[in-house]
Design a protein around this ligand. Sequence first.
Ligand SMILES: Nc1ncnc2c1ncn2[C@@H]1O[C@H](COP(=O)(O)OP(=O)(O)OP(=O)(O)O)[C@@H](O)[C@H]1O
Length: 383
Amino acid sequence: MSPADTTADTTAAEQPDVLVSVEDLKVHFPIKRGMILDRTVGYVYAVDGVDLTIRRGETYGLVGESGCGKSTLGRALLRLVDETTGSVVFDGTDLSTLKGEPLRRMRKRMQMVFQDPLSSLDPRQSVESILVEGLRAHGLDKDREETSSRLRSLLKAVGLPESALRKYPHEFSGGQRQRIGIARALTVNPDLIVADEPVSALDVSVQAQVINLLGDLQQEFGLTYLVIAHDLAVVRHISDRVGVMYLGGIVEEATSDALYTEPLHPYTRALLSAVPVPDPALEDRREHILLSGDLPSPAAPPSGCRFHTRCPWRQETRCDTERPVLRELTPGHRVACHFAEDIRDGRIGRHEVTAEAVDPDLATGSTDSPFGPASVTEALDHP
Ligand SMILES: Nc1ncnc2c1ncn2[C@@H]1O[C@H](COP(=O)(O)OP(=O)(O)OP(=O)(O)O)[C@@H](O)[C@H]1O
């Protein structure tokens, strides 16, 4: 472990600017069979060893394919699902040590915004009663005057007129409904908001408005966000740092700029190469990595590196048997990949990367990144 790794790993929980610190978090759901005996016949390894810190006032974006464990991780941060092992420390308190009233008080500081505002809002309740319910759950609805002025200022903050209070969810557009969902999360003055696919059910133009709103509210209320999305463009816009998840683990984490301009993990590069770009000239020049095969089942994850079954850089034996650790390869940029580590540490010289190490049908290289694709392309072009 490099000195940089040690610093990042040991002091995260004690740093005053860290709001959430997750250590080796695992959430394994039992798979049950049998009508009477209800035997456990296996587990879904939804979250399988995640280390993560979120700083105060930061937006951390979490991306990955459907089923990789993003929502489960988000829910585990809020203790909406119990961890199997590992810890979630929120503002210095290990959440697993709390129950009853202390847990309820802590939960008030963490709220969730959901993907589909229509299904997350009760159609029989007016906006007023939806918002008051949020306050009531935490005993904040005692004073009528205060409640009413709080509701009005919340609506103003999310850009809805006061008349919205008397209406019902079906009377609003998708974007307006998401504004109501956000107002509901804000009723209790949270520190952290976990937004799970907050704009993926909305039209593109409305997505931008809601993303801007989240940014404005962050400034106004000093919020910290975990934004979960499968759309890399959404996360890029809104996030300070981004983590890429694959089969229960984070495989790469960096500032938004670094991740999008210098992705180091082959999975991240495959995801980015699938994002359409508007300029056809750029499209021809950029890297195209097609991943072979489907996402393996989280109930039977591959041994060693979880990504090895689809990886164009797979090193035989090592990647099949050793699980790479998320390490800092360049300052602030953490990657879990043997191949990327070997290049960084000079164990694989750029000139030594052979066609056998890179399946040319899968990875066709590019000239964009100085560390990743460029090194592979250079090596293939100059054996
Ligand atoms: N309560 C549960 N019981 C059993 N399995 C679960 C449960 N919740 C989630 N899973 C499984 O855990 C895995 C990860 O699911 P999760 O919803 O966290 O992924 P995701 O990346 O958020 O995907 P999506 O974007 O489709 O929601 C999936 O295989 C899912 O079926």
